[in-house]
Design a protein around this ligand. Structure first.
Ligand SMILES: [Zn+2]
Length: 351
């Protein structure tokens, strides 16, 4: 009997797999670490070469300064940072949770500051693109799915923007995003036949290889190898030729049509699943819609396996939170992390 199996991937999955940043690490660490400074003979650092690289970050500093009175002069301090180029605490004395990107974003959304939201979207994109593209752990899942795709019905819902699971696509296999992009240019060599399809991969928050034209709304998909070329990507629509933007939905943001449709598809996938693996997803407070999505649509006979890597002191509260969402379901918890679990899982399935 073919079983309907759903994998749900959250930030903790990519953190465990490749040390991708979690919400509280976003933007700051990357922007500061990627500064290129050169010491001059007189002991002063020359930061001029990082000007282009830091464009979005500089706009960001200027924007948040006006919301937090205590940060007045932040962009000036950044401009004159000298040898303190990679020190977040030099920039903001006493760095607190309220300066984390998720908090700033929540404020930007409340104030309807579209420029700041757009700016944060770029910074998050720049950060995630810098993490790397290959990951053995995800490659193992992909291989497993290719080998087993006829034995069971597999679906994946990923809340991550990253594309590690897609791989290089040179093996001619592909995941179906269930999105009708206006332009598929870099996927043109792929044969979209049922034989080459691995399974559906639903990304209700968008993906690093998706683009949108801010002017005409035309959507594009890029082969992940080219995700870094975004600086040179313009809309193909002759009457607009606008610079393309990342098509990713940030926490607290309400959806565009494309995302609403993906949520509708997710409802169906969740409802049909007989076995659900939830990897590295903690159902955070700001994702209350996602919590409802699972609560309302899960089949009460579905079995759940929760996989994450958390400290002992958090286990009880996490367990309670999960049990409150999946009241009727049989749930197993695995707290030793994604890597260990996957090795066991693949070994067990091969028997
Ligand atoms: Zn356009």
């Amino acid at each position: 009997m073919r079983k309907n199996i759903l994998f749900v991937l959250g930030a903790g999955a990519s953190k465990g797999a490749i040390d991708a940043p979690l919400g509280n690490e976003l933007v700051w660490e990357h922007s500061l670490n990627s500064l290129l400074s050169k010491m001059l003979d007189n002991g002063i650092a020359d930061n001029s070469s990082s000007k282009y690289l830091m464009q979005n970050f500089t706009i960001f500093l200027l924007s948040i300064e006006k919301y937090y009175p205590e940060l007045e002069g932040l962009s000036e301090r950044f401009e004159n940072r000298g040898i303190n180029f990679a020190d977040k605490n030099f920039l903001i004395r006493d760095f607190k949770k309220k300066y984390c990107i998720d908090e700033i974003l929540q404020m930007a959304i409340e104030k309807d500051d579209k420029e700041l939201i757009r700016n944060i979207r770029w910074l998050i994109f720049e950060h995630l693109i810098s993490v790397g593209q290959n990951c053995n752990l995800y490659e193992n899942i992909r291989k497993y799915l290719i080998d087993n795709k006829n034995n069971n019905i597999y679906n994946i819902i990923s809340f991550n923007f990253d594309c590690y699971i897609n791989g290089q696509l040179c093996d001619k296999h592909y995941f179906d995003y269930n999105v009708s992009f206006n332009e598929l240019s870099s996927y043109k060599d792929l044969k979209y036949s049922q034989d080459n399809k691995i399974c559906d991969l639903i990304k209700p928050h968008g993906s690093l290889d998706w683009r949108i034209c801010p002017k005409c709304g035309k959507t594009y998909i890029r082969f992940y190898e080219f995700a870094r070329t975004i600086e040179q990507e313009y809309c193909l629509n002759d009457c607009c030729k606008e610079k393309l933007e990342p098509l990713i939905l940030l926490p607290f943001e309400s959806g565009k049509e494309i995302f609403n449709r993906l949520i509708d598809i997710s409802k169906i996938k969740i409802g049909e699943a007989e076995l659900i693996y939830i990897v590295g997803y903690s159902f955070p407070e700001y994702d209350k819609d996602i919590k409802e999505l699972f609560k309302k649509n899960v089949n009460k006979n579905a079995e759940l396996i929760i996989i994450d890597n958390i400290v002992d002191s958090e286990m009880a509260s996490r367990k309670k939170k999960i049990e409150e969402i999946f009241i009727d379901n049989k749930i197993e918890f695995y707290w030793d992390g994604f890597k260990k679990w996957l090795n066991q899982f693949i070994g067990k399935e091969k028997k």
